[in-house]
Design a protein around this ligand. Sequence first.
Ligand code: HPA
Ligand SMILES: [Zn+2]
Length: 341
Amino acid sequence: MESSILKKIIKGIPKAELHLHIEGSFEPELMFEIANRNAIALDYDSIESLKKAYKFNNLQEFLDIYYIGAQVLLHEQDFYDLTWAYLQKVHSENVVHVEIFFDPQTHTDRGVPFEVVINGIHKALENAEEKLNMSYKLIMSYLRHLSEEAAFETLEASLPFKHWIDGVGLDSSELGNPPSKFINVFKASADHGYKLVAHAGEEGPSDYIWEALDLLKVVRLDHGNRCLEDDALVQRLLDENIPLTLCPLSNLELKVIQKMEDHPVAKMLEKGILATIHSDDPAYFGGYMNENYYQTAKALDLDKNQLQQMAMNAFEASWLSAEAKEKHISQVKNYFNSLSI
Ligand code: HPA
Ligand SMILES: [Zn+2]
């Protein structure tokens, strides 16, 4: 398909974003602005020199910079501005529903109270619902390089805000920090009514995906790229209709794949896996939702049906009510039916 036509089609698709770390949407311009107003010196003297540092050989090299960037966030207004900037951006890309992660420990470990973080994020989400007609869910992620005990403290701190939080996730350095490290805190989180997801099989082996399913009992997997190495695992994902939230540009930037042509999403769709694509940390990986769709479609030569399937899968995989899912899925169908090509 011709590039400009493909871009136009993608832009018009009603989309859901299910894998987005709000701290990973922190654009350098806003980072400098907030650093200045909080009188915090960044290690980089300009936006350009900061952007030059965005070259990663693996997940850890990215995380090291991502945690540094988040250090300038101190006040409720900072978290509000960060979240509102993201929501406005994706609204302009026709994203109509978001389920976003935040990493409380990245902030509470620096002395920023849990309520400061969540109040700012929540206010921006409410504003988007009211002013942009967007729907949302919020997912609190435990940092897996820290202990399970620390995750329990975070769970405790979240309880007064339970009504604003839909689920818990597991992110940060995957290798050496298997899902099995967090069995108890996931069980306790479920007992408090949180839905469960986890990053698994991004850099870690397919064993970690089994653990996320069997030990943590997640209802959705973040990334899960490496499931294709294991036929029995693919069968399990199919039998239970477990969604995978894939992030193609992230995978490319973190060298999970060497080139976009190697991305597994087309194979997954072909097998009938509920695969969806998202942006992960768009300020660091060179693109938001539309760019992820575009780069993937171009490299894998995806056709209209595959694009439609990915867009419908995202709503199917979301935590919206059955009625809302149905509404969005028919909008996607109507949109594709209305295209003249
Ligand atoms: O892609 C990711 N993987 C693991 N942890 C993360 N935290 C932010 N982004 C990521
Ligand atoms: Zn992620």
